[in-house]
Design a protein around this ligand. Structure first.
Ligand code: HEM
Length: 420
């Protein structure tokens, strides 16, 4: 299947990469195609670079270039955004260390290695696999709600509640103020988007501080009520010595909380939409449920829940004969790489649940920052897709899906479906 969304012909006089163009966030794929074909190593007039081909994106992520924005060129947009965040977050917390950029996602080795090692020790394949019965119960309860409603929004009924409940359970925290946490987390992930508006920057910073307070409170609760969970284990790591500071503990928990659901919602939502738009693929899945795991890889490839990673070049870096200078900010186009015809072949734009090698996508990034939650996301999506396909043979779209308007964590805010 090809993209069935309306494709406006691209204006040849438009800049090659303009994520603010009308319609871009609904369907960025024509823009990616043009980048790959015309300038796969693109220097944007604003001074940053965009890579869009699979091999280049994958090599950059494995290259050991930086994720710490403080390594970006003085005066660059990336650096200005980071400085504004740091300034607003630092003094307000009353700490000498800035609370911005303390999570592993924003750190380079040796801090990255230490932080990731501590979290990975408790976020193990075994602890993820053990969640399958709980996830199955959750999925079935969500599908019951879908069945009762007949016609409803799949994001509200299925895609959001599952990952949110799972990460809360893993961390061992009560599913407290859902609506507020969802709102705060929705604001926090905006830091992964370009932010031009100073008011929005302030709003995000307020959300960051409030989220930190929520997490501090949860840590207090956990200290008093330890259990067999991730948060108890991380607190133990902090108490064991000085390997994890208090600020760092808060930052890793916020990261897990937010990364644990914002992205997986997009996977279940975007992936279900792809299936509904390709009824023959849905039928294959129903006939052969063992295809579900590969179908999830294809969903990750075909419409990636995280569209970009970002890196700062630490030393001059050459791609396809072009030198990207030290300090430059580079966007690694994950979703574009996942549609690169030169890598996937001429059917890269089609959704095929049996695609061989689908797992070679870069939807979870690559290199040292490769997604720590990949196994959990895969498990949640696999159970959801398997049981949904089996239970609702006539599942179909009941209206126009609504995109969330995000450039990076691009997903659906509404997916109206009818169980048929
Ligand atoms: C990192 C995607 C689900 C936790 C990443 C990165 C990507 C990504 C692309 C790398 C960012 C970079 O290199 O700049 C996704 C997608 C998901 C998903 C597509 C779902 C479909 C999850 C879940 C969790 C999680 C469920 C945890 C519960 C993390 C963490 C990192 C990360 C902790 C940082 C790793 C590091 O910096 O070493 N994710 N993620 N993710 N993800 Fe995920």
């Amino acid at each position: 299947m090809t993209d069935l969304e309306p494709l406006e012909p691209l204006d040849p006089f438009e800049p090659l990469f303009n994520p603010f163009a009308p319609g871009y966030t609904d369907n960025p794929y024509p823009s990616y195609s043009r980048l790959r074909a015309e300038e796969p190593v693109h220097e944007h007039p604003f001074g940053f670079w965009v890579l869009s081909r699979h091999d280049d994106v994958s090599a950059l992520l494995r290259s050991g270039n930086s994720v710490d924005y403080r390594n970006a060129d003085e005066g660059s947009a990336a650096r200005l955004q980071a400085d504004a965040m740091i300034e607003a977050a630092g003094p307000a917390t009353g700490d000498t260390i800035d609370a911005y950029g303390m999570s592993m996602l924003d750190r380079d080795p040796p801090d990255h290695t230490r932080l990731r090692g501590l979290v990975a020790k408790v976020f193990t394949p075994r602890s993820v696999a053990a969640l399958e019965p709980f996830i199955t119960e959750l999925v079935d309860a969500s599908l019951d709600r879908l069945a009762d409603a007949g016609t409803t929004d799949l994001i509200e009924a299925v895609a959001f509640p599952i990952p949110f409940a799972v990460i809360s359970r893993m961390l061992g925290i009560p599913e407290t103020d859902h609506a507020r946490i969802r709102e705060l987390s929705g604001l926090l992930v905006r830091t992964l988007e370009p932010i031009g508006d100073p008011d929005l920057l302030q709003e995000i910073n307020r959300a960051r501080l409030e989220m930190q307070d929520v997490v501090r409170e949860l840590i207090g609760f956990k200290r008093a009520n330890p259990g067999e969970d991730l948060l108890t284990a991380l607190i133990a790591a902090e108490e064991d010595g000085d390997r994890l500071s208090d600020e760092e503990l808060v930052a890793q928990v916020v990261l897990l909380y937010v990364a644990g659901h914002e992205t997986t919602v997009n996977l279940i939502g975007n992936g279900t939409l792809a299936l509904l738009r390709a009824p023959a693929e849905l039928a294959k899945l129903r006939q052969s449920p063992e295809l579900a795991a590969n179908a999830v890889e294809e969903m990750l490839r075909y419409d990636s829940p995280v569209q970009q990673s970002r890196r700062i070049i630490l030393d001059s870096y050459e791609v396809r004969g072009r030198a990207i200078p030290k300090g430059a900010f580079v966007i690694a186009g994950l979703a574009s790489a996942n549609r690169d015809e030169a890598y996937w072949g001429p059917d890269a734009g089609e959704f095929r649940v049996e695609r061989s090698g689908a797992r070679n996508h870069v939807a979870f990034g690559g290199g040292p920052h490769h997604c720590l939650g990949a196994a959990l996301a895969r498990l949640e999506a696999r159970v959801a897709v398997e049981r949904m396909a089996a239970r609702f043979p006539g599942l179909e779209l009941a209206g126009e899906p609504v995109w969330n308007g995000r450039i990076n964590l691009r997903g659906l805010s509404e997916l109206p479906v009818k169980v048929g």
